[in-house]
Design a protein around this ligand. Structure first.
Ligand SMILES: NC(=O)c1ccc[n+]([C@@H]2O[C@H](COP(=O)([O-])OP(=O)(O)OC[C@H]3O[C@@H](n4cnc5c(N)ncnc54)[C@H](OP(=O)(O)O)[C@@H]3O)[C@@H](O)[C@H]2O)c1
Length: 263
């Protein structure tokens, strides 16, 4: 897709990757409607870009998604590209995970992309063109210890993306699923950062990941898994998960201490 002149809805626009992606989309001439829960940060970002619209909204409910989608459609007069980037994670032993946090993560990471897609898809189908980009995670293919809820939400997002892509074949509407490995953004708490250091977890700069997201959109990619060896592990995990169990076991024991808040 050539981004120039396209009407783009981006969620999570005030986040670590979102603010960089906003700038890159604007540089390429996109017409932007930006959604985020953090209204103050979102306004500041939108104000720097001529013609960008800030839509402050909470994507944790069907009503919130519907309201934000209606506002975006009205402001842009239609849509060509939906980028589902908003998300949140939780690093915890599952026995300590709160029910409310499980529900919230499933809403924001999985149901909101589905609800927004449902809201915008009819217009894309009517015009016979469009693209839906779902930002998942390597943890959406390799279930990661102490990220059980996050992994479940991203596995769901990957499954949704694959099924919808097949369903929309020949419709003119494409679906891209892009799965970064860990990225240095505010999403990762101090405990995650310390665990990452202790276990030798690879972490990318957000600007590098944004470049890959843009390239995936411009090249109409279907699935993109970022980073080596993580992208190889995704394939091995699909075929021979016991090998991945073995290679992660020692790291999982270290991660437990950080997930349980031990120093
Ligand atoms: N960072 C990583 O290590 C990593 C790795 C792989 C994949 N990803 C994925 O990349 C995407 C972007 O992550 P990021 O690292 O840029 O995270 P981030 O810096 O935390 O940004 C996420 C943004 O989403 C917003 N958001 C959260 N809940 C929302 C809600 N209910 N309604 C509306 N907006 C909401 C946040 O607003 P508030 O700040 O107000 O909560 C924040 O601005 C996520 O889908 C994430 O799962 C991240």
């Amino acid at each position: 897709m050539n981004i120039s002149g396209k009407r783009v809805v981006l969620t999570g626009a005030a986040g670590g990757m979102g603010r960089i992606l906003t700038t890159e989309l604007a540089k390429r001439g996109a017409k932007l409607a930006l959604i985020d829960a953090n209204g103050e940060a979102l306004e500041a970002i939108a104000n720097r870009i001529e013609g960008a619209h800030a839509v402050t909204g909470d994507l944790a409910s069907v009503q919130g998604c519907k309201k934000a989608a209606d506002q975006c459609s009205e402001l842009l007069g239609g849509i060509d590209l939906l980028i589902n980037l908003a998300g949140l994670n939780s690093f915890a032993a599952f026995e300590d995970e709160r029910a409310e946090k499980i529900e919230l993560m499933m809403h924001v990471n999985l149901l909101a992309p589905m609800w927004l897609t449902r809201a915008f898809l009819p217009a894309m189908l009517d015009q016979g063109s469009g693209r839906i980009v779902n930002v998942g995670s390597i943890f959406g293919s390799i279930g990661f210890a102490y990220f059980s809820t996050y992994s479940a939400s991203k596995f769901g997002l990957r499954g949704f993306s694959e099924a919808l892509r097949r369903e929309l074949a020949d419709s003119g509407v494409g679906v891209t699923y892009i799965a970064p490995r860990a990225v240095k953004t505010p999403m990762n708490s101090d405990a995650v950062m310390r665990m990452g250091e202790a276990t030798g977890m690879n972490m990318d700069e957000p600007v590098e990941v944004v470049e890959k997201i843009i390239a995936a959109i411009e090249n109409d990619r279907k699935d993109v898994y970022l980073g080596f060896p993580e992208s190889l592990f995704v394939r091995i995990n699909g075929l021979l998960p016991r090998i991945v169990d073995g290679s992660l076991a020692a790291k999982d024991r270290i991660a437990r201490k950080f997930a349980k808040g031990e120093k």
